[in-house]
Design a protein around this ligand. Structure first.
Ligand SMILES: [Zn+2]
Length: 89
């Protein structure tokens, strides 16, 4: 499997580390209620369909990437730099 890094181009998946769902970028405010932190830390959906995961290009440009993929087919639907995703939020 290959991932299209926006900086390096298409590279082997083994160059990347996946750290989990991209919702990790939506961290609650430090003063948020315990329920918000509980949901952030422990509650995950694993429904079929589109998913956004956070990858690190460890053996490449060291960029953090948000990869959108289909959980059922594993088709890659898009790759963006995480900094650009955060800037849009
Ligand atoms: Zn890269």
């Amino acid at each position: 499997m290959r991932l299209p890094c926006p900086v390096c181009g298409e590279r082997d998946l083994r160059e990347f580390s996946c750290v989990g769902g991209a919702e990790i970028l939506d961290r609650p405010d430090p003063e948020a209620a315990d329920a918000a932190w509980d949901a952030y830390l422990h509650l995950r959906e694993n429904a079929p369909g589109e998913a956004r995961d956070l990858f690190y290009h460890e053996a490449g440009c060291a960029s953090w990437l948000v990869v959108t993929r289909n959980r059922t087919t594993h088709e890659i639907l898009g790759v963006e730099l995480a900094r650009d995703v955060k800037a849009k939020a």
